[in-house]
Ligand binder design. Structure first.
Ligand SMILES: [Zn+2]
Ligand SMILES: [Zn+2]
Length: 137
């Protein structure tokens, strides 16, 4: 899978960062199934857009802006997974639907989150970042 999509990169960086304290170019390339030079090129672009910083020893780190965007995507993806799992949609379709729908607005995600009673984890046991709607519970 070759992707140019910025949000997919942010999503990948987020997921890798959940398991590793340092996100390296090689981890990102492996995760996205692309060659390290392509990952490096994209990392440089994301750095230019001020979404991340990259340093050989520190690895890839989110800026405040990048983290906010990454969190939104991950949250949408996992809330949608929870919804589709609730509807007993197959794992395969759940993944397709979650990826296709993850660019919906935050308010929409919050509505689904509220409907599901603010789940803390997705069906795969991954933590769902909290949203505005989760603050008063
Ligand atoms: Zn999941
Ligand atoms: Zn919520």
């Amino acid at each position: 899978m070759v992707t140019e999509n910025t949000e997919e990169y942010l999503e990948a960086i987020w997921v890798i960062g959940e398991d590793k304290s340092r996100v390296r170019i090689i981890d990102l390339a492996e995760y996205l199934n692309i060659k390290p030079p392509s990952a490096f090129e994209k990392v440089k672009k994301l750095e230019k857009e001020k979404l991340i910083t990259y340093d050989k020893t520190e690895g890839i780190k989110f800026t405040e802006k990048g983290e906010k965007r990454g969190k939104q995507i991950i949250r949408a993806h996992r809330i949608l997974e929870s919804l589709f799992s609730y509807l007993e949609i197959s794992e395969e379709d759940m993944e397709k639907l979650s990826c296709a729908c993850e660019h919906v607005r935050e308010e929409t995600v919050d509505k689904i989150c509220t409907f599901l009673n603010h789940p803390e984890r997705c069906p795969h046991g991954k933590r769902i970042p909290r949203g505005e709607c989760c603050k008063n519970i």
